[in-house]
Write a protein that binds this ligand. Structure first.
Ligand SMILES: [Zn+2]
Length: 294
């Protein structure tokens, strides 16, 4: 699944991206990481980026897009990707649209992580990143004892927690202002394209992950590429089911777009889950005998 996560600084995009990488088995594409990797590898794009950064200039959008394009050529992105930190403004969103169209990997879902302004400030100022493994921690949401007891997978020593220079409270307000001005308009951009899901990103990390995966499940039918399913005799049935669900979703959205949007909201996960599960199980029961005969 090809996903863009949107959200203000501190909305938990990084943490939730890490969760999605685990759950969906698709890579996270962070433009910051791409830039650093390209510079380290000394590729042509990397050399240009390095020149720009050393000259104190912003790295050109075309350069970043070039790196994304290269990254999308790697085989691990065939099952999809999570784009994190890009696009940040409308010009980038348009350019990304064109690029993804060219490589025939259009976005399938854009999820906006909504968090209250005061909570954002609190989260950002408490954020620490391990200098070795890159994992993100928060002093306010994780117990320090748990942090100290845990060893870094990279070094085998405790995580080395550092604060990003732009995470201090003095710069947070400015970053949020820039976000409101430049990035927030992307919400309407993607809503107009029928890709947008908005979730409440406050609360426990696990809770937000559940809302996020529910929103993604509502955005497009799950691909049936799972190994377990492919190995069962009910394989053909498993293939048919999503198509039917897709048709149902289309009908529903044609009838009432508002209702569909409400379904995707994070407020009522339990109500949404139950009927889907029931019909899925029923479908499997009905179809299993036919599968066995084959
Ligand atoms: Zn670490």
């Amino acid at each position: 699944m090809r996903i863009v996560l949107l959200g203000a600084p501190g909305s938990g995009k990084g943490t939730q991206s890490q969760r999605l990488v685990q759950r969906l088995g698709i890579p996270q594409i962070s433009t910051g990481d791409l830039l650093r990797a390209a510079v380290a590898k000394g590729t042509e794009l990397g050399r240009q980026a390095k020149q720009a950064m050393e000259g104190g200039r912003l790295v050109d959008d075309a350069l970043v897009l070039g790196m994304i394009r290269e990254r999308l050529g790697e085989p691990d992105t065939r099952g999809g990707f999570i784009l994190d930190g890009f696009p940040r403004n409308l010009a980038q969103a348009h350019a990304l649209d064109r690029l993804l169209e060219t490589v025939r990997q259009p976005l399938q879902a854009v999820v906006q992580l909504e968090v209250d302004y005061g909570e954002l400030v609190r989260r950002i100022s408490g954020r620490r990143t391990c200098a070795d493994c890159g994992r993100v921690f928060n002093l306010f949401s994780a117990k320090p004892a748990a942090l100290q007891g845990e060893l870094c997978p990279k070094t085998g020593a405790p995580h080395r927690l550092t604060q990003r220079p732009d995470d201090n409270e003095a710069t947070v307000a400015e970053r949020l202002r820039v976000y409101d001005e430049k990035t927030r308009p992307l919400i309407d951009f993607y809503r107009a394209r029928g890709l947008l899901q908005v979730i409440d990103a406050e609360g426990e990390v696990d809770t937000v992950t559940r809302r996020l995966t529910a929103a993604l499940g509502a955005a497009t039918p799950r691909r049936t590429t799972g190994r377990t399913r492919a190995a069962t005799p009910a394989r053909s049935a498993a293939r048919k089911r999503p198509a039917r669900r897709r048709a149902a979703a289309r009908t529903a959205s044609a009838r009432s777009p508002r209702a569909t949007r409400r379904t995707a909201s994070a407020k009522s996960p339990s109500r949404r889950k139950t009927p889907a599960k029931t019909s899925k199980a029923a479908g499997r029961r009905r179809r299993a005998p036919r599968g066995k005969r084959r």
